[in-house]
Design a protein around this ligand. Structure first.
Ligand code: RFL
Ligand code: PHB
Length: 395
């Protein structure tokens, strides 16, 4: 069986795995990325759009932010629509100057793949990790299949960056692993339309008909979402039916710009955390350890926050033989993870209509939204979370 060796074996070429590999490269640490999907699939996967300042700063600092700086859009606030009224929350003002950046996860993933390949560094596509062994020994092994052959990657450490459906998390023994979860009784039907966004910033809309969200991926690309039942057959929807429903939900006279639908997908909504993030030589990062419902745009940002700490922890280990940050990795990340889980759960339950919701529940949602736009304190708390919690308490 073919055996390769590296310092850090990374499972998964999503934003978490790719950024970690880049951080390690910048610090002179070797890594190999194993990715089960093919290159074209990974490059085309449409997902997140809104990046916190922390995330953008990290991409720039690690040398993968050049295209992002040229082609992204800065958003200084959000529109909240409810009760058929439009309200603006000036996030920049509420946070003393912080903003978010709209640049597709798909684009930043492509940028990181291009940079890794241009540097001639190992990134194996169609390389599926099947099993991990010897997690508590000096060296651990990832057993994977590549080019029809079974192979082994031997490493000092393994970074499980293989998303929610990956294999890494399953290697933490049940007697030490605790999981916490909540599924929501609705999903997001998301489309990408060839049409200029009718509003230059993101709109979150509460309506009796269900939630709607307008975002974008460029000056001529609208990214729109509608709350739908979990089992919705999204292929039944015509483009016009989608846009008609969208306008009704956003209300306040809003009219979306219509165009050809170039992508459609159904995203389930789930909150999930697995504790701890470490077992022996295995470290989980990103969706492999936790997921949030997409309302509030936190999933990728949280993945990047984990990696920022893990990359630094590996650096201290290899540079100074200091394993203190590796030992505290799980605890440090979990403090942030639970705050972000709370925000995403709160954004979701405040703006979506649950199947058996009462009129009282709806009044509570509307009062909460109204408090956000009428009270400086309410707005401030939302804005602080939306732009991304500070890292100050963490290292
Ligand atoms: P990923 O991106 O899922 O990458 C995991 C990678 O691991 C590979 N893999 C394996 N490779 C080898 N062997 C195996 N056995 C493997 N098993 C899996 C997979 O093929 C994949 O390439 O996880 P990562 O890196 O942790 O990144 C997490 C983010 O992708 C995710 O949190 C966000 O997309 C969530 N999200 C959003 N996050 C934001 O920060 N801002 C947003 O605006 C935002 N919008 C969204 C979102 C997610 C959405 N969906 C589709 C759930 C909007 C939507 C609709
Ligand atoms: C997106 O652009 O895909 C997006 C924007 C805001 C969200 C979630 C997703 O809250």
């Amino acid at each position: 069986m073919k055996k390769i060796k590296t310092q850090v074996g990374i499972i998964g070429a999503g934003p978490a795995g790719l950024l970690l590999a880049q951080m390690l490269y910048n610090r002179g640490i070797e890594s190999v990325i194993l990715e089960s999907r093919d290159r074209a699939y990974v490059r085309a996967r449409l997902r997140a759009g809104v990046q916190e300042q922390n995330t953008v700063d990290t991409f720039i600092k690690e040398g993968v932010g050049e295209k992002l700086q040229k082609n992204s859009m800065v958003h200084k606030g959000i529109y909240l629509h409810f009760n058929n009224e439009k309200h603006y929350l000036n996030v920049e003002e509420l946070t003393g100057g912080k903003v978010v950046t709209v640049y597709g996860q798909q684009q930043v993933t492509c940028d990181m793949i291009d940079i890794r390949e241009a540097n001639g560094l190992p990134l194996l596509f169609e390389a599926k990790a099947n099993k991990i062994t010897d997690l508590r020994e000096k060296n651990s092994q990832i057993h994977f299949t590549h080019e029809g052959e079974k192979k082994v990657l031997e490493c000092d450490f393994i970074a499980g960056c293989d998303g929610f459906h990956g294999i890494s998390r399953k290697h933490i023994p049940k007697k030490i692993q605790q999981t916490f979860q909540r599924t929501f009784p609705y999903a997001w039907f998301g489309i990408l339309a060839e049409a200029p966004p009718a509003c230059h910033e993101v709109i979150y809309a509460h309506s009796d008909r269900g939630f709607a969200l307008q975002s974008m991926r460029g000056p001529n690309l609208s990214r729109l979402y509608l709350q739908v039942p979990n089992n919705e057959d999204i292929n039944q929807w015509t483009a016009d039916a989608f846009f008609d429903e969208f306008d009704k939900r956003v209300g306040a006279g809003y009219q979306v710009n219509r165009g050809e639908l170039i992508n459609r997908g159904l995203a389930p909504m789930k909150s999930f955390v697995s504790e701890p993030l470490r077992y022996g030589n295995l470290f989980l990062s990103g969706d492999a350890a936790h997921i949030v419902p997409p309302t509030g745009a936190k999933g990728m940002n949280l993945a990047i926050a984990d990696v920022k700490i893990l990359g630094e922890a590996f650096n201290r280990y290899y540079k100074d033989q200091d394993d203190d940050l590796l030992n505290r990795y799980s605890e440090i990340c979990l403090r942030r993870i639970w705050k972000v889980e709370r925000f995403s759960w709160w954004c979701t339950t405040t703006t979506h209509i649950a199947p058996r919701q009462t009129k009282f529940d709806t009044k509570m949602q509307l009062a909460t939204l109204s408090y956000l736009v009428d009270s400086k304190v309410g707005g401030h708390s939302f804005a602080e979370n939306y732009v991304g919690l500070s890292f100050r308490e963490q290292f």
